[in-house]
Design a protein. Structure first.
Length: 125
């Protein structure tokens, strides 16, 4: 059990930091402006951060499971495609995805996923 908890927690920390940096530092103004244009307020209450923490834990757990089966390249691609494009399609369908965020989101989410895979693989070896 210890052998699986530590890699998942470490990857969760990395994913949380990566998500925070991308969405709160790099592109938050795009999110806020997009929501304002829709007549909405961007949801950034503490509960929203907590939900993203749960998402990070769920994603890290998925990355852990995939990383045990595949090499780093395949694990990265499988995990990334399972999480990010599907999320963006859903947000786009709801009309709440600012497409201008994708310039940062695509490469940084690939990096986020790859580093999460490397963290897990390193801690499993």
């Amino acid at each position: 059990m210890y052998k699986s908890i530590i890699p998942i927690i470490a990857a969760t920390g990395w994913i949380s930091l990566s998500e925070f940096f991308r969405n709160e530092v790099l592109v938050k103004s795009l999110w806020v402006a997009h929501y304002r244009a829709l007549g909405l307020t961007f949801p950034d209450a503490p509960i929203n951060g907590a939900v993203w923490g749960v998402w990070s834990l769920a994603f890290a757990t998925f990355v852990y499971l995939i990383s045990k089966k595949y090499d780093a390249r395949r694990a990265t691609l499988v995990a990334w495609f399972a999480a990010f494009p599907l999320m963006w399609i859903s947000l786009g369908d709801l009309g709440i995805l600012p497409l201008a965020t994708l310039w940062a989101a695509v490469p940084l989410s690939l990096l986020e996923t790859f580093v999460a895979v490397l963290i897990i693989k390193k801690l499993l070896s």
